[in-house]
Design a protein around this ligand. Structure first.
Ligand code: NAP
Length: 275
């Protein structure tokens, strides 16, 4: 039976570290501004959740809610003003934006120094070049789960299934930074099983519930499940946990794994800011 990597416990430890950092008072209390345009239900929920977490951690939080009919110039002015406001340390822009707004242009206006979600091309470019930038939170969560579980990454063969811009691709860079050897698989990969069975560490980010069973996993491998699909109202991972848990040496769960850390890592990003 593999050890279960407990994302909630790791998240609580990071929360304690952030609270200590904020209370310590060596630098000013960090401030986040979160911008919501329109009334997308998911975004409203997420913004409220961000606010709750900020308050819990002692971080200053300001909500800006902009009417759905706003024009692009207004949004541009808001972002530029926040970029120039020395009291603001992090900007979060909830996506998607309404269709009449050029989302790419607006996200690219956010200064990389405040781009907590690493949305702009400059932030992403700096991230890939190894220059100072905020770190995309979902891949950061994968690496954090492993490191805080004392998993040695150096020299390990990591197989990532999934090559999206928000998960798979940044993970390649992050594992390379840790001196792992990385193989990436996707929907056009031939002989997927043969490749995944070579993995010391298998990271699955495909969005297909319970797709990976024990036949894809090497004995004693470490398995990290990024997937979150809604199956009959239940958040379900890409890994068939019950089948894989006895074969893996360590495994993360869904829920309670990668997803348990992503928001708290946003705030960790903020405290480790770039200013
Ligand atoms: P995505 O953009 O849809 O990408 C999915 C990737 O999986 C693609 O690269 C795709 O290959 C690959 N894929 C799909 N079917 C496959 C198959 N049968 N065999 C091998 N590869 C396959 O998804 P995403 O945004 O990266 O998200 C992936 C999962 O992670 C989703 O369940 C999402 O909800 C979850 N997620 C969770 C969090 C969190 O906080 N826990 C955050 C972000 C995402 P192609 O490139 O060839 O199409």
């Amino acid at each position: 039976m593999g050890n279960i990597i407990n994302g909630r416990e790791i998240s609580n430890n990071i929360k304690d570290e952030i609270r200590k950092y904020v209370k310590n008072g060596k630098s000013k209390v960090p401030k986040i501004v979160s911008i919501l345009v329109g009334n997308d239900g998911g975004s409203i929920y997420y913004q409220n959740y961000q606010e709750k977490c900020s308050r819990d951690l002692g971080i200053d939080f300001e909500k800006i809610i902009v009417d759905e009919t706003t024009d692009e110039k207004n949004l541009e002015d808001i972002v530029l003003k926040l970029n120039n406001d020395d009291n603001v340390d992090g900007i979060m822009l909830l996506l998607p934006l309404p269709k009449h707004i050029d989302e790419k242009r607006i996200t690219n206006l956010i200064s990389y120094k405040k781009d907590l979600d690493c949305l702009s091309d400059v932030s992403i470019g700096r991230f890939y070049k190894g220059e100072k930038s905020f770190i995309p939170c979902t891949p950061y969560s994968v690496i954090t789960l492993l490191k805080r579980s004392n998993v040695e990454l150096l020299g390990k063969h990591v197989v990532i299934i999934g090559r999206s811009n928000i998960v798979g691709k940044p993970l390649i860079q992050m594992f390379l930074n840790e001196n792992s050897t990385v193989t990436v698989c996707h929907s056009k990969t031939n002989n997927l099983k043969e490749i995944t069975k070579c993995a010391d560490i298998l990271v699955v980010a495909i969005g297909k519930p319970k797709f990976i069973d024990d036949s894809y996993v090497k004995e004693d491998a470490i398995v990290i499940d990024v997937g979150t699909s809604n199956v009959d109202g239940q958040i379900t991972g890409d890994v068939d946990f019950d089948k894989v848990v006895s074969k893996a040496s360590m495994i993360s769960k869904v829920p309670g794994g990668v997803g348990a850390l992503t928001t708290v890592l946003l705030f960790k990003n903020l405290c480790e800011g770039l200013k």
